[in-house]
Design a protein around this ligand. Structure first.
Ligand SMILES: [Fe+2]
Length: 303
């Protein structure tokens, strides 16, 4: 076939994909081609605009390195990340809702027992917080040994990965035999997404702000349960209603309350410290739920 026009080209490209052995790849690529062609027709894309797009995506790739992930940031500000979360994390009613991973997750954070101090080695002091809660199933069964992978900004709204420092305010905290977890940290602060790259240029060009409400990130996982990637947001934050990456959910907003001075003293925290109580509830993993539930019941009896 030859002599394609704007009316026949899309079908020709899709037909060429029919030889793709992997059916899912064929489905995804066919839809991508159809939508890309429809998009270019819809806006009557000029050659100059097409090349601007190529330059933009090139710059996004060039901005990425082992600490900076500009493509995730782009996906976040376009709402694609939250769309993927919505499509893929239809949790059971009552389960902790999922939200974006964001670009600042790092593998290999230190593992801690419950009660640990995540402020260790942090280069900037903030408002001290005792963070505690339980990890349970949706119907309230404790999940012993659940793992909480925690990361957040320092008190200036900057993540450790944005500086040359070691891991700070980041750690994998293991819940105890009753599914309870606790750790010391600092209160997170609202922050600007990184705007010194092409995604920042895009946000400015569209007249939007680039702020995210303060939050603590958590990935909570346990055998037999669906892992949840989530945030705990700070009640009263000025950016809760227009998060630059569309990630706020009402069930994830929590109040940082004052910790009683006597409790602070017992925990080795200064007077005036805060407390954050937040329970995580995990949906059963369809395949492994029954097995895990039996294990938890046995552990409960021991505890
Ligand atoms: Fe974040």
């Amino acid at each position: 076939m030859r002599q394609f026009t704007e009316d026949t080209l899309t079908d020709a490209v899709v037909a060429r994909l029919k030889k793709t052995k992997n059916p899912r790849l064929r489905q995804i690529m066919s839809a991508a081609v159809k939508h890309l062609h429809a998009f270019s027709r819809d806006v009557q894309l000029t050659e100059e605009e097409w090349f601007e797009g190529i330059k933009f995506l090139t710059a996004v790739g060039q901005k990425c390195d082992d600490k900076r992930q500009e493509f995730i940031l782009l996906s976040d500000v376009l709402g694609l990340s939250m769309m993927i979360v919505a499509l893929n994390h239809k949790t059971a009613p009552g389960a902790t809702e999922a939200t974006v991973l964001g670009p600042f997750y790092a593998h290999g954070a230190k593992e801690y027992e419950s009660g640990a101090d995540l402020r260790e080695g942090c280069t900037l002091k903030g408002e001290d917080v005792w963070v505690s809660g339980r990890v349970t199933s949706v119907d309230g069964m404790p999940i012993p040994g659940a793992m909480l992978d925690i990361w957040q900004t320092k008190a200036d709204g900057i993540y450790d990965l944005q500086t040359d420092g070691e891991f700070e305010l980041r750690g994998r905290v293991k819940a105890n035999a009753k599914g309870e977890y606790a750790f010391k940290s600092y209160k997170p602060k609202f922050y600007s997404i990184p705007v010194d790259g092409p995604v920042g240029d895009l946000v400015r060009a569209t007249g939007n702000h680039h702020m995210r409400p303060a939050h603590m990130h958590a990935i909570v996982s346990a055998p037999g349960y669906q892992q949840v990637i989530s945030h705990v947001f700070v009640e009263g934050d000025p950016y809760l209603d227009d998060d630059a990456v569309f990630a706020v959910k009402n069930s994830l907003i929590a109040n940082y309350k004052k910790l009683a001075d006597a409790d602070a003293k017992k925990l080795g925290l200064p007077a005036g410290s805060l407390r954050l109580d937040f329970n995580f509830k995990l949906s059963a993993d369809k395949a492994g739920a029954k097995k895990a539930r039996q294990k938890i019941t046995a552990s409960d009896t021991v505890a």
